[in-house]
Design a protein around this ligand. Structure first.
Ligand SMILES: Nc1ncnc2c1ncn2[C@@H]1O[C@H](COP(=O)(O)OP(=O)(O)O)[C@@H](O)[C@H]1O
Ligand SMILES: [Mg+2]
Length: 294
């Protein structure tokens, strides 16, 4: 299976939300990384076929998805960034209702609902009202809904927003588990969400796909750019204004600051092993502090 995105652009009036995006996706988890407004949701809506590109074409195994129409939609599971759940429905009822909307046959529905409930680990609470569920459980029921039609392509937009760390891990593992024979696309601006499960990371910046690489290759690309320096509090301001600064640790009366920089920031700077947080900082930091001058 391959999903080919061929020179896809999307405009909203004068605003170019996506510009000439070209990619080929096969089975596995892909992480779409980009700051707010970079075009993640727009790309996902196009791939979920709820929106058409202004120019360019998406092909599934060589067929234009716009022409495939409902044939394509049947292969899609889409969990939008903001979903409303019927609060008074039980988990089971909600899934049965969704199954009916998706046109699943009655005989098939019970079996399928039980199957997805097990998969997302909510069988025990199937009689519980979804309005009472935790954030993580709500996200999992959302995934269960998206999985009812056994989609070949699963698209989840910022699924871990608002989840606690434990729920996040559980959710990641769930996505990883179901990606065996599917394309799973996951957008996030939280790098740890995709660090361990993504086969490739797609980096979107101002509507442009700036890279499509494995996490390992991306990290290798910045292996000589991550540093830490021990500085005084007065010196810290200088670094914060002139470098892409990550974590700051207080060490007695000094501060150890981590930063990404093409050149060695100070003669005492020590090289650090890069992680994806550094990567994010390296590519996206300029959108962060409008630094306080004068
Ligand atoms: N329906 C729309 N009408 C006008 N502008 C839009 C619309 N949807 C998205 N945009 C704009 O397109 C850009 C990309 O948005 P979006 O895809 O939502 O980014 P992300 O999901 O990465 O935050 C933003 O500048 C946003 O304001
Ligand atoms: Mg979005």
């Amino acid at each position: 299976m391959n999903l080919t995105i061929d020179h896809v652009s999307k405009r909203f009036g004068n605003k170019i939300a996506l510009e000439e995006v070209t990619l080929v996706l096969t089975t596995g988890v892909y992480g779409i990384l980009g700051s707010n407004g970079s075009g993640k949701t727009t790309l996902m809506r196009i791939l979920a076929s709820v929106m058409k590109p202004t120019t360019g074409t998406v092909y599934l195994n060589g067929q234009d998805i716009v022409q495939m129409d409902h044939q394509y939609r049947e292969l899609i599971g889409y969990l939008p960034q903001h979903v409303g759940l019927y609060k008074n429905f039980t988990a089971e009822k909600l899934l049965k209702y969704t199954a009916a909307l998706k046109g699943l046959a009655k005989e098939e529905t019970n079996k399928k609902v039980a199957e997805v409930l097990t998969l997302v680990g909510l069988s025990d609470v199937r009689k519980g009202k979804v309005g009472k569920f935790s954030g993580g459980m709500k996200r999992r029921i959302g995934i269960a809904q998206a999985l009812l039609n056994d989609p070949k392509i699963l698209i989840v937009d910022e699924p871990t927003a608002g989840l606690d760390p434990k729920e996040r891990i559980r959710f990641r593992n769930l996505l990883s588990q179901i990606s065996k024979d599917r394309i799973v696309l996951l957008s996030t601006h939280i790098v740890s969400d995709i660090e361990f499960i993504a086969k490739e990371i797609l980096m979107l910046k101002n509507g442009k796909m700036i890279s499509q690489e494995t996490p390992q290759t991306l990290l290798k690309g910045i292996e000589d750019k991550v540093w830490s320096v021990l500085v005084t509090e007065e010196e810290m301001l200088y670094y914060q204004n002139n470098f892409k600064v990550g974590n700051i640790n207080r060490v007695q009366d000094k501060c150890n600051i981590r930063m990404v920089s093409d050149s060695k920031p100070h003669e005492t700077a020590v090289r650090e092993v890069p992680n994806l947080e550094d990567l994010y900082l390296y590519y996206f930091d300029e959108e962060q502090p409008e630094h306080a001058t004068t």
